[in-house]
Design a protein around this ligand. Structure first.
Ligand SMILES: [Zn+2]
Length: 324
């Protein structure tokens, strides 16, 4: 039986995904951006920028992108449709909520406080399930993954989101991915997912490459989870060379079949691109093309083979979404 993945233009067979980046953002907007009166969102201009950047990466081989933007960080499904139509690159949308500190989930937090855990859980599970099975708003586009998020500890509403995601997964089979505040939070996030009934073989613990300590990653892998080494190019805390070294260590130890790659980059961040150009200039590979331009060549220099890179970028995303 063929397994299909929901994209912005409908279901695509998992074995047609090709080279897949597992955690990116075409557009991000941190809560509050919409109150900056000096700015007006020009979707056409942002779409043109996204099309340009996606086409650059497509020319280097990229075929599919998981857009990990949760509902509360300015997720724009119409933008995804426009970009997928123009480029032919699959855009897989997420449902889910961000962290209690940086997301926009005060309503859900208060709902849990006033009406209790179960009421918030039920409504959030309904929402996730609706977005996965019927579609997001009235766009007709179904979410392809649920994104959950944890901070430096797991706040109650983050736990409820994990619980709602796990219950939705049990009913629909949808894959779960995570924003994990720090690699040390990988194992606690994984344990919470397990406690709420998530299937580790259908769940990726993300943002785990910001550490030189492979054991923090192995702690999640040994529970049966996929791990996202999905911040290549984002070198504020650790260099790409160090990330590649840890990747090689994990491959050496036999974990290649559970590893997924990405940049966690953002093509545009509301408003007028939030992150200063000078900061971006220090991270020239933090974009959709970084892996292909610079980082994979470095992986090869340290002995990672073409076949292993194919496993990481093509076979593993297919297996993550299809189970085979
Ligand atoms: Zn992200």
């Amino acid at each position: 039986m063929t397994d299909y993945v929901n994209t912005a233009l409908g279901p695509v067979p998992a074995d047609a995904l090709g080279i897949t980046s597992m955690h990116e953002h075409l557009l991000l907007g941190m809560p509050g951006w919409e109150y900056d009166a000096s700015y007006k969102y020009d979707r056409r201009a942002v779409a043109d920028l996204c099309i340009e950047k996606v086409n650059e990466a497509k020319a280097l081989g990229l075929k599919s992108i998981v857009d990990a933007t949760p509902m509360d960080l300015c997720r724009d499904i119409e933008l995804f449709k426009t970009v997928q139509e123009a480029t032919g690159v699959n855009i897989i949308a997420s449902t889910g909520l961000y962290t209690v500190t940086d997301g926009n989930l005060v309503f859900w937090k208060l709902l849990a406080a006033y009406r209790g855990y179960d009421e918030a859980l039920g409504r959030l599970k309904y929402t996730y399930t609706k977005e996965v099975t019927e579609g997001i708003g009235d766009t007709g586009v179904k979410a392809g993954v649920i994104k959950i998020a944890t901070g430096k500890e797991i706040a109650q509403i983050e736990e409820i989101s994990i619980h709602a995601a796990a219950l939705t997964q049990q009913e629909t089979g949808v894959r779960i991915i995570s924003h994990t505040a720090a690699p040390a939070m990988g194992r606690p996030t994984a344990e919470c997912l397990l406690a709420k009934g998530a299937d580790p073989s259908r769940t990726m613990i993300g943002h785990m490459c910001d550490t030189p300590d492979a054991q923090l990653i192995i702690d999640c892998l040994d529970l049966g989870f996929w791990v996202g080494l999905d911040r290549f190019g984002l070198t504020m805390s650790i260099s790409d060379e160090e990330k590649c070294r840890v990747l090689a260590e994990l491959i050496e130890k036999g974990y290649i079949n559970r590893l997924l790659l990405g940049h966690d980059c953002q093509v545009f961040n509301q408003v007028t691109d939030l992150i200063p150009a000078a900061m971006l200039a220090k991270m020239p590979d933090w974009n959709l093309s970084g892996l292909f331009r610079s980082i994979i060549p470095h992986m090869k220099e340290i002995g990672i083979t073409d076949e292993q890179i194919h496993t990481l970028l093509v076979d593993n995303p297919r297996r993550f979404f299809s189970g085979s």
